[in-house]
Design a protein around this ligand. Structure first.
Ligand SMILES: Cc1ncc(COP(=O)(O)O)c(C=O)c1O
Length: 480
């Protein structure tokens, strides 16, 4: 390899990327190729002698057309997956080109300064305490990990226990309170942190999946010692918000740490619509907040945000020091103080680029447009006899049930995925099968929603005409 190889290979990659992006809006939305087909094309014994780099790129690009889902396409409604804003993707390319280790300021002053500003802008946008610590992590999973590590530090320090030095052996017990509908990544974070899922005390939810404050009020006095309460802003199925003001008051009265999962819901704080912002009323009372930028800010994977009110506690839980490191010491920001990674890419740079390009109005427009499209989906689908919307569409999530029948609903989900006009995933909601639509992409237009709703109706009619016996039930579809 020579330095001169960069230009032709990057030009080739650019051409492949252009072709991929050009096809994105109209291509088959799901992935067509599975493991077998992809391995047939990709799997070889490790070559003894290296192969031509351009040919390797061509091979990967050819497989990308079939082996990827069109996650960035305007008719992709699966899970809660944001698209990528053009400027965020372009900035991400530069991040790869600059190849900075963004762990410490001494290596990358640019990454450190950019993330310092992006962190400040996010606190401003979300209207959270401006002195909070902010870490850019891979996603909401690691944002939970980071925030709950800070929570663990905070509640144990109050009990005179230094968890970073002494670990959890013999430590005072911590109870973690979360609703029955808390996202699974919260449990995973508890496992990583040595608290264990056994520390979880579940609180019942209401019909929309919101934590019941009356039940929380009863539960907290039964828990002696240190308590972390985890609330949710944006239920992964319904988009519903826990009653955060009430939860905050109860948690504070009990001296508990309050953490909020705002993977996508925290972005409601950026809405121009007062009622939508009001869904998150009281969220500012929390001690920590986890959110994703790769969801509703539409930066490419991967980027989550961990925010902790007490920056000192945040830093104490995360910081890494070693003799050979060059700690910033002054005003400069070392990313290792705010997240669990040591070496990492400068993932805050696309966040900076997106926020600066969109501005406050642009972020509000992105959020509010997606919510309007979700309501459009609900209106179009509920107008169809036999189709029911199961949730109050307060945000960007829509739960749809077909023919009030599990097998039929699952068959419609599978049929829609096979049809390729759009892509939506399935879930089981309060014991019944449902299709789950999440509108999280800047590019989704009214036409996209109309076209997708028409495809869903078409598949519903076809599946129903085939009759219950003819309907292939693909089995339970779980949510993520
Ligand atoms: C409410 C909620 N919390 C956490 C997560 C996990 O986020 P990530 O996949 O970025 O780790 C998700 C993902 O959809 C989510 O919807």
């Amino acid at each position: 390899m020579e330095h001169d190889d960069f230009a032709p290979l990057l030009a080739r990659a650019h051409a492949h990327a252009g072709a991929f992006l050009d096809a994105l809006p109209e291509r088959f939305v799901g992935a067509r190729a599975g493991r077998e087909a992809l391995l047939a094309a990709l799997d070889r014994p490790l070559p003894g002698t290296g192969e031509d780099a351009a040919a390797v790129l061509d091979l990967l690009a050819a497989q990308a057309a079939e082996g990827t889902s069109a996650c960035g396409a305007p008719r992709y409604f699966g899970f809660v997956i944001g698209g990528a804003l053009p400027v965020a993707l372009a900035a991400d390319w530069l991040v790869s080109t600059w190849d900075q280790n963004a762990g410490i300021h001494a290596i990358s002053p640019l990454a450190a300064a950019t993330e310092e500003v992006a962190a400040r802008w996010l606190l401003d946008l979300f209207d959270l305490p401006r002195e909070s610590g902010v870490g850019f992590v891979t996603g909401c999973q690691m944002a939970h990990f980071t925030c709950l590590a800070a929570a663990r530090h905070g509640v144990l320090a109050r009990a005179g226990w230094d968890v970073e030095t002494d670990g959890l052996n013999g430590a005072p017990r911590i109870h973690v309170v979360a609703s029955e509908e808390a996202h699974v990544t919260l449990e995973v974070a508890l496992r990583y942190l040595g608290l264990g899922t056994g520390a979880l005390v579940r609180v019942e939810t209401d019909g929309q999946g919101r934590m019941r404050v009356d039940r929380l009020r009863e539960v907290l006095p039964t828990l002696p010692g240190r308590v972390i309460v985890c609330a949710q802003a944006g239920n992964v199925n319904t988009g519903a918000f826990d009653p955060l003001r009430g939860i905050g008051e109860v948690a504070r009265a009990h001296g508990a740490w309050l953490h909020v999962d705002g993977a996508f819901g925290l972005w409601a704080r950026a809405s121009a619509d007062a009622a939508r912002r009001g869904l998150a009323d009281g969220i500012e009372q929390a001690d920590s907040w986890a959110a994703d930028a790769h969801k509703w800010l539409n930066v490419p994977y991967d980027c989550g945000v961990a925010i902790v009110r007490d920056a000192g506690v945040h830093r104490a839980a995360m910081t890494a020091t070693a003799a050979y490191l060059i700690p910033a010491g002054g005003q400069e920001r070392d990313a290792v103080d705010w997240g669990p990674e040591f070496s990492r890419r400068a993932r805050g740079i696309p966040v900076y680029a997106a926020l600066r390009t969109l501005g406050r109005d642009g972020v509000a427009g992105l959020v509010d447009r997606c919510c309007a499209r979700a309501r459009q989906f609900a209106a179009l689908l509920s107008a169809e006899p036999g189709v029911a919307i199961l949730n109050d569409v307060v945000l960007n999530q829509v739960l749809v049930r077909f023919g009030d029948d599990d097998a039929l609903t699952r068959a419609v989900v599978a049929g829609v995925q096979a049809d390729g006009t759009c892509w939506a995933s399935g879930t089981t909601w309060h014991g019944v099968a449902a299709m789950r639509i999440s509108v999280s992409n800047w590019a989704t237009s009214e036409d996209d929603v109309a076209t997708s709703a028409a495809a869903m109706r078409r598949v519903f009619h076809r599946s129903r005409a085939q009759g219950a016996e003819g309907v292939a039930d693909p089995g339970p579809l779980t949510s993520r």
